[in-house]
Design a protein around this ligand. Structure first.
Ligand code: UDX
Length: 445
């Protein structure tokens, strides 16, 4: 591999939520490990709870007087205005002759950043933290240009499985609940026409649609962005995964797991944003108790008050509740036999890359589509079926866990999961498809 002679300064702008920060920080570490200077741009209220174990990555944090708005619509406008008002100054301040600022790697949900980058004389790379299949769906169904009529029947799109209504991203049918988020997800299509690079946190063989997208745009797969110590032995020093905005109850989780038998625990998590209704929380809680397995359940502080009292008294040795876990360490633990997941894209990739079968209980955005792939394409998991009022009953929770943990189907899911684990590793190993794409990007800077 040709050595790079001139080092670059790369600016990285993630949208400030956990599921976007983790993959973009991991990508930054990879760039920094090749001798480049990397600066992450964020705002004070995020950077103050953002640990960074890498000396080679600096954080440039924008101060703000008022607290970030709670409403998502107002927050989006507020955050993007803060960044765009300060980016010019930041680029000027950080440019030096030894490490010239060459490129802004921006979150694909901020497509306006490309115009700003070009105005400042630097290149712009859009980083998609979602699957390539999802981006293809948004591309084909963009309300501004699409002539596909959505009438509730299955949709057939190039290089994608037939998608029933329940497999499509929630924003396709429900555009009223979160209008600004819906605009945001479709606005990502602007990147295809304007960005100098298009990076996807996925790997070539995982998604058939990657090849189709490549016939349209020069996209590059660079994933999975899982730390070296789990996948790629070259980068042994990389201990922290991404940058966790919530401090995990690491020791409690791992000590508890150490005492359990191999493959006997179900790990349950709904990521950093999803919020279950009270009734659903109750059904899930009693479903976990009814299953024959131990369970480690991440219930964020904001969700804790939904746990039924009767459930807490039944927990005893069978279950452990924590507010946040070191998810990769948990998934990599020998005691974990299954991941009961909301199917966020990072959680999906993490489970695939560590060979853990899944029970899918998608909530919104891209999660139904990810669940479709897990259950029907990669076949590393099963999807729970909703009962009356769209609630997943306790019986359904318990029987789904049983199917994965105890039945023949579970053995097949595990075998497939191990196969994907190997393929993920090959993609990021030296000379693998994702590794080559990153090296090519660096040598082109
Ligand atoms: C969101 C969306 O749901 C997701 O689908 C989208 O693609 C990115 O943004 P989130 O819902 O938080 O993210 O889920 P996910 O994508 O799975 O990201 C959560 C991250 O937090 C993962 O990297 C996971 O490892 C980490 N995590 C989660 C922990 O470290 N500890 C926990 O206890 C739970």
């Amino acid at each position: 591999m040709e050595e790079i002679t001139t080092k670059s300064h790369v600016l990285v702008l993630p949208f400030p939520v956990q599921g976007h920060i983790n993959p973009m920080v991991q990508f930054s570490k990879r760039l920094a490990s090749r001798g480049n200077k990397v600066t992450l741009i964020t705002i004070d209220s995020i950077s103050k709870s953002m640990p960074m174990d890498s000396n080679s990555i600096k954080i440039e944090s924008i101060p703000h007087d008022e607290s970030p708005p709670n409403s998502i619509d107002i927050f989006l406008e507020w955050f993007f205005a803060l960044i765009s008002n300060n980016l010019r100054e930041i680029v000027k301040k950080l440019s030096d002759s030894e490490y010239p600022v060459k490129v802004l790697v921006f979150d694909s949900v901020a497509p306006w950043a490309i115009d700003l980058a070009h105005e400042l004389g630097i290149k712009g790379a859009a980083f998609f933290t979602q699957s390539c299949s999802l981006s293809a769906i948004y591309y084909h169904l963009d309300p501004e240009i699409s002539n596909i009529t959505l009438d509730g029947s299955a949709v057939s799109l190039p290089s994608l499985p037939l998608l029933e209504k329940e497999d499509l991203p929630s924003f396709v049918y429900d555009s009223d609940s979160y209008p600004s988020l819906v605009r945001l997800v479709f606005s990502q299509n602007i990147n295809f026409k304007k960005a100098d690079w298009l990076f996807f946190n996925t790997f070539d063989v995982l998604e058939e649609v990657v090849d189709w997208m490549r016939t349209q745009y020069p996209i590059k797969t660079i994933g999975p962005t899982i730390p070296s110590m789990y996948l790629d032995k070259r980068l042994k020093d990389d201990k922290e995964y991404g940058s966790s905005l919530i401090k995990p109850n690491g020791e409690t989780c791992l000590k508890w797991l150490d005492l359990k038998e191999n493959g006997s625990v179900v790990y349950v998590s709904f990521g950093s944003l999803a919020s279950l209704g009270e009734k659903q929380m109750e059904e899930l809680a009693f479903g976990l108790i009814m299953s024959n397995s131990y369970f480690l359940w991440v219930v964020r502080t904001s969700e804790e008050n939904k746990l039924p009292n009767e459930f807490k008294s039944k927990l005893s040795e069978k279950g452990l509740i924590v507010n946040w876990s070191p998810q990769l360490d948990v998934l990599a633990h020998k005691s974990v036999g299954c991941f009961f997941t909301h199917c966020g894209w990072n959680s999906t990739l993490e489970a695939l890359s560590l060979g853990v079968p899944m029970v899918c209980m998608p909530q919104w955005t891209d999660q139904p589509t990810n669940a479709k792939f897990i259950s029907d394409v990669w076949r590393t998991g099963i999807r729970v079926k909703a009962g009356k009022d769209s609630v997943i009953t306790r019986e359904e929770v318990a029987s789904s866990i049983k199917e994965v943990m105890e039945e023949e189907k579970g053995v097949m899911l595990k075998e497939n999961a191990i196969k994907w684990k190997q393929l993920a590793k090959e993609a990021v190993d030296e000379g693998g498809s994702s590794d080559k794409n990153i090296e090519e990007f660096l040598s082109n800077l």
